[in-house]
Design a protein around this ligand. Structure first.
Ligand code: GTP
Ligand code: MG
Length: 199
């Protein structure tokens, strides 16, 4: 899919104030610093579109980006950043959960997983929560450039094997690097296929 336009629309903390429209939304969630905002910039080919930072906890709001005037990418705050105070963490959890559970336009959520690590409890619990709430999702492994092919395959396989213990069918999954644009076509084609199925 060609990205002809990508515009920042609005940031907010309240799902009820999100833009009113009947277009599909694809949102990115995952631990702080996993690479959600970087992936949005990579997919759209617009470097500074979503704000990124080497320090975890950069994105604190729900951010809507209108793509090709037809559908939205949504950047969400990360979960699981230990250095946050309890009340900020609770507020972010509420923002994230409300968006995921109460946004009818949310067509598919992408859960980002750092491909460098072995399966983390916080990610597995989050995915389990999505299952309990019947939220459609895919998995995007990030930062693939940071490790060799053997290790990458090993980590991805281990994560998927862990999911298989809970799930009969695996969700769609993608291996990406925002640094070298790995996986860009796969993710955009997947979104494009869903968009066409909604017409
Ligand atoms: P929060 O908004 O804090 O939740 O983080 P985020 O998930 O949006 O992460 P962000 O995109 O801000 O990236 C965090 C850090 O990881 C930045 O320093 C990025 O440059 C780096 N990063 C993101 N994706 C990649 C990648 O594919 N490869 C490499 N090498 N670094 C990446
Ligand atoms: Mg971010």
């Amino acid at each position: 899919m060609e990205i002809k336009s990508a515009e920042f629309i609005i940031s907010n903390t309240d799902v009820n104030k999100c833009p009113q429209h009947d277009k599909a939304e694809y949102a990115f969630i995952g631990r702080s610093n996993v690479g959600k905002s970087s992936l949005i910039n990579m997919l759209t080919g617009r470097k500074g579109l979503a704000m990124t930072s080497a320090t975890p906890g950069k994105t604190l709001l729900i951010n809507h980006f209108l793509i090709n005037k037809e559908w939205y990418l949504v950047d969400l705050p990360g979960y699981g950043y230990a250095k946050r105070g309890k009340s900020q963490q609770e507020q972010l959890t509420r923002i994230i959960n409300d968006y995921i559970l109460e946004r009818p336009q949310l067509t598919s959520l992408f859960v980002l997983i750092d491909s460098r690590h072995e399966p983390q409890k916080i990610d597995l619990e989050f995915i389990e929560w999505l299952g309990e709430n019947s939220v459609p999702f895919g998995i995007i492994f990030t930062k693939a450039d940071k490790l060799g092919r053997g290790r990458l395959t090993e980590n991805v396989t281990r994560f998927l094997d862990t999911l298989k213990e809970q799930w009969e069918e695996l969700p769609p999954h993608f291996i990406t690097s925002s640094l070298d644009r790995l996986g860009r076509d796969d993710v955009l084609d997947y979104i494009s296929t869903i968009n066409k199925s909604l017409l």
